[in-house]
Write a protein that binds this ligand. Structure first.
Ligand code: IPE
Ligand code: IPE
Ligand code: MG
Length: 261
């Protein structure tokens, strides 16, 4: 009886999830994801944290493929923050080895999907082997015109703003720029994301409701969506729910409900 009931409920649940209908014309152009919860996923199973990171990396294929399928222009993934260097040495070393594994393995599929891979952050400070893997992926996909996949690695929002301020200050010092001419666009154009639109939707998995230094400038009017689902469990169905939630929102940008732009 219980089994039957559970099966019935299970069926209902999955059929409800399948009911999520997305509207092509309301699709966000740029989605950013804070991929959090790998450590807890592993802990729950009595596994080392590194297994969680490995499992998390394996989720990328499905989410990148879905992003292509839904016609997103840009997907920005937070892979390693400037604060993550403070983790135990073994964990940092393991995380630094992941781009080599992932990029090498996924490159054919990324190319097949016309994905252009780029990196946000102070990549020059990464270990040499990691840097090489990034450079190969960047070069080999540079000519692609489909989804722009930004991987934020050694990325910090404050560091990004600091780097922009330095760049601008230098131009002022060299007489190239008048301080009075500095606008919001000047700042945006000196960020790592210079040529990209701001994210429309930011998803954070793992249950925490904070930004953890991600896209501080660009996120001024981004819609936020938090889920307790841990990143290694984040699949296309959950992604779809996030996109549907976004489509149900009204973005007002300071105006009043229903006000025409
Ligand atoms: C996110 O998962 C991955 C990185 C920050 C590199 P965590 O490793 O932060 O997992 P939790 O938050 O400890 O569960
Ligand atoms: C944010 O997750 C960084 C990444 C997902 C790469 P953290 O796990 O580092 O964030 P905090 O420390 O809980 O804020
Ligand atoms: Mg975390």
């Amino acid at each position: 009886m219980w089994q039957w009931l559970r099966r019935l409920l299970g069926w209902k649940e999955s059929s409800r999830r399948d009911d999520v209908v997305l509207e092509a014309e309301k699709m966000p152009q740029h989605v950013a994801i804070i991929m959090d919860g790998n450590g807890r996923w592993a802990n729950k199973r009595g596994l080392p944290r590194t297994r969680g990171h490995q499992k998390g990396m394996e989720r990328l294929r499905e989410i990148v493929a879905a992003s292509c399928k839904y016609g997103l222009k840009t997907l920005t993934l937070y892979a390693f923050s400037t604060e993550n260097w403070q983790r135990p040495r073994e964990e940092v070393d393991f995380l630094m080895s992941l781009p080599q594994v992932y990029l090498e393995r996924e490159l054919p599929e990324l190319k097949g999907n016309n994905v252009r891979v780029r990196f946000l952050g102070r990549t020059g400070e990464l270990p040499l082997a990691t840097r090489r893997a990034l450079e190969i992926a960047r070069q080999e996909t540079a000519g692609n015109s489909g989804l722009v996949l930004n991987i934020a690695i050694n990325y910090g929002g404050r560091m990004e703003i600091l780097d922009a301020v330095r760049g601008i200050a230098k131009k002022v010092q060299e007489g190239e720029l008048d301080p009075e001419e500095i606008t919001e666009d000047t700042i945006a154009n000196h960020l790592y994301t210079a040529d990209l639109a701001d994210p429309d939707l930011l998803i954070r998995t793992g249950g925490e409701a904070r930004l953890s230094n991600f896209l501080l400038w660009q996120g001024a009017y981004t819609e936020l969506w938090f889920t307790p689902v841990l990143w290694p469990d984040f699949d296309e169905e959950v992604f779809k729910r996030a996109l549907a939630a976004y489509q149900a929102r009204e973005r007002r940008f300071g105006r009043i409900p229903g006000q025409n732009r």
